[in-house]
Design a binder for this molecule. Sequence first.
Ligand code: CTP
Ligand code: MG
Length: 236
Amino acid sequence: QETAIIVVAAGSGTRLGYGMPKALVPLAGRCLLEHALDGIELAGCASQVIVVLPAGAPELEERAAGHRLKPICRTGGATRNDSVRAGLDALRPETERVLIHDAARALTPPEVFRQVVLALLSGARAVIPVLPVVDTIKQVATDPGEEQAHIIGTPARGTLRAVQTPQGFHAPALLAAHRQAAGWKSPAAEAVTDDAMLMEMLGERVDTVPGAAAALKITTRLDLVLAESMLPLHPG
Ligand code: CTP
Ligand code: MG
C-alpha cells in the first residue's frame, strides 16, 4: 500500500521578492518547505516523500535533508511541470498512489492530505482539493491593437472552483499521462498548469474533496502576512 508525496519546491519566488527560493523563506522560524513537510508528517499517510528543489540552493537542501521525514531530494526544472516530472522519476516502481503538492501551500492542514488519500483508497483515479469561488470570474479577450482586454463571457460562479494541492492520483495513470504529454510541443506543453488538467485532457475523471483556506498558495507579501496570522491555528 504505497503512497508517495512529491513536494515541488523548485520555483524562484519572484513575486514574493525575497531574493531567495520561496521554499526557503522563513515563517515563524521555519522555512516554507519545512512547514509543508511538517503538515505531511502530521498527516501520516506517506510511505515515501520526494522533494524537488532548485539547482544551486545548498541551504534549502540542508533544510530538506534535516527534516524528520528524511525526504528524497531531486533537482527541478524551468517549469512546474518539469519539476513534477523530476519528482516522478524518483518514484519506486511499486508506488500505487502519488500526491503532488506545492511547497508554497506550506500551511495545508493534515486533514486535506488524508481526505485526498481516502478518496484514492475508495477508488478515485484523480482527486483534487477545491474551494468555492468568491469573486465573479470573467473571461476576456484582447483584440489586435487593443490595449486592455474586454469581457467575452461570465461562467456561472456556482460551477467554478478554486483548485489547491495536494492533487492525488493513481500512480500508473499519472505516469502514463506525463509520458504522453512529454512529446507535446508549444503551446500545448505550456498550457498544462497542473496535473489534474493533464488527466482531464486524456479523458480521465477527476474527483474533488473540500480544500481549506489555510492551504492558500503563498505567492505575494500579503499571503505571507496572512500565513503568519494563521500560524497559531496551525497544528504544526
Ligand atoms: N515550482 C517548481 N518548479 C518550477 C516552478 C514552480 O517546483 N520551475 C513550484 C514552486 O516551488 C511552488 C509551486 O511550484 O511550490 C507553485 O509555484 P509558484 O507559486 O508560482 O512558485 P514560484 O514559481 O516559486 O513563484 P514565482 O512564480 O513568483 O516565481
Ligand atoms: Mg511560478
